[in-house]
Design a protein around this ligand. Structure first.
Ligand SMILES: Nc1ncnc2c1ncn2[C@@H]1O[C@H](COP(=O)(O)OP(=O)(O)OP(=O)(O)O)[C@@H](O)[C@H]1O
Length: 342
């Protein structure tokens, strides 16, 4: 559906060239929710803005629905962009227009006649859950409602792709969840392909099928969310996964355990899907002559099922501990022995 091939973007600044995107290849399948995560300055905005050519790549090709956008002239590009909707962190609404008029705006530009425009706007208002607020102005809406207007406006011309540029970063956690639910809903109802950029792993966890991790203009790791959560390879990815698995108190509790029992071991177990439902710990205690202390545990929902992490401290004879760890590994659970806390 979308391919980015060998994409570079170099900005010339008075301090010299800035390589915002430094050689990226990505393939995004139709109907997928594809997340790009990275810290500020990683190049995420620049990357997503190249998908609709708001930013032209210095080098490389962008293909959307079989059309190579890098070769199009302004006029053809304007037409191609109707297939790609976009929403923004700060909504970018027209403040002097009502909700209805904001949503109708892209339809006016596309030359859609008034009766058809009205019908379409009614449909969109229903889809995003804004019934009753049609005549309000953006200043009279909450952040979540403003983003609903942004989403309705982005969908007005029936795009195949929706780009979300930090679309929930200005919202509180509850409103963020409601907007993410809406994105999943339209992804499923309309078969829309969604690319989103974010610095919050929670957003990736909740709705994405695939994730790419960006650092200094490059994609350092990518794959299905489930796999990346199960086995993050790069340090940057591990840091992001930690955002949702490990509250700060865990580090203290682990340090304490390590200090208390130098012979024992603290291990982090990672479960995905059905594995989260098996009674692993009770089997462990029954089969091995060890003590098991639970330090911290959490099960969360991801797009593709459940994902759980559990920190446990094992105490006993070294050979019993080793055997217990081998037993856990044989159950398809990821095991990491923690020897120090960062
Ligand atoms: N128009 C521009 N001119 C010069 N440099 C730019 C321009 N746009 C972005 N950059 C630089 O490119 C790099 C990547 O920026 P970008 O905004 O894509 O990152 P980001 O991951 O989206 O971060 P943020 O979330 O803070 O926007 C940064 O070093 C930034 O300063």
């Amino acid at each position: 559906m979308i391919t980015l091939r060998d994409i570079y973007k170099v900005f010339q600044t008075k301090d010299g060239p800035v390589r915002a995107v430094d050689g990226i290849d990505l393939r995004i399948n139709e109907g997928e929710i594809f997340g790009v995560i990275g810290y500020s300055g990683a190049g995420k905005s620049t990357l997503i803005r190249m998908v609709n050519m708001l930013e032209r790549p210095t080098q490389g090709e962008v293909t959307v629905a079989g059309r190579n956008l890098s070769q199009l002239h302004e006029k053809e590009l304007r037409k191609a962009r109707q297939e790609i909707g976009m929403i923004f962190q700060h909504f970018n609404l027209l403040w002097s227009r009502t909700v209805r008029e904001n949503i109708a705006f892209p339809l006016e530009i596309a030359g859609v006649k008034k009766p058809e425009r009205d019908r379409r706007v009614d449909e969109l208002i229903k889809l995003v859950g804004l019934a009753g607020r049609e005549e309000s102005y953006p200043s009279q809406l909450s952040g979540g409602q403003k983003q609903r207007v942004g989403i309705a406006r982005a969908l007005a011309n029936n795009p195949k792709v929706l780009l979300c540029d930090e679309a929930t970063s200005a919202l509180d956690p509850k409103t963020t969840d409601a907007i993410l639910d809406l994105l999943v809903d339209i992804n499923e109802k309309l078969g829309l392909t969604i690319i989103l950029i974010t610095h919050e792993m929670h957003v990736i966890r909740k709705i994405c099928h695939q994730v790419a991790v960006m650092e200094a203009g490059k994609v350092v790791e990518q794959g299905p969310v489930r796999e990346v959560f199960r086995k993050p390879k790069e340090a940057m990815t591990k840091e992001f996964v930690k955002q949702i698995t490990e509250p700060e108190e865990t580090a203290d509790a682990i340090s304490h355990m390590l200090a208390e029992s130098p012979e024992g071991k603290v291990v982090q177990l990672t479960f995905v899907g059905e594995e989260t439902e098996r009674p692993l710990i009770s089997q462990l205690i029954r089969q091995f002559d060890i003590d098991v202390n639970i330090v911290q545990g959490k099960i969360t929902k991801i797009q593709a099922g459940s994902y759980g992490t559990l920190f446990i401290a094992l105490d006993g004879k070294p050979e019993q501990i080793e055997a217990a760890i081998a037993f856990i590994r044989s159950k398809q659970v990821e095991v990491e022995v923690i020897s120090h806390v960062e």
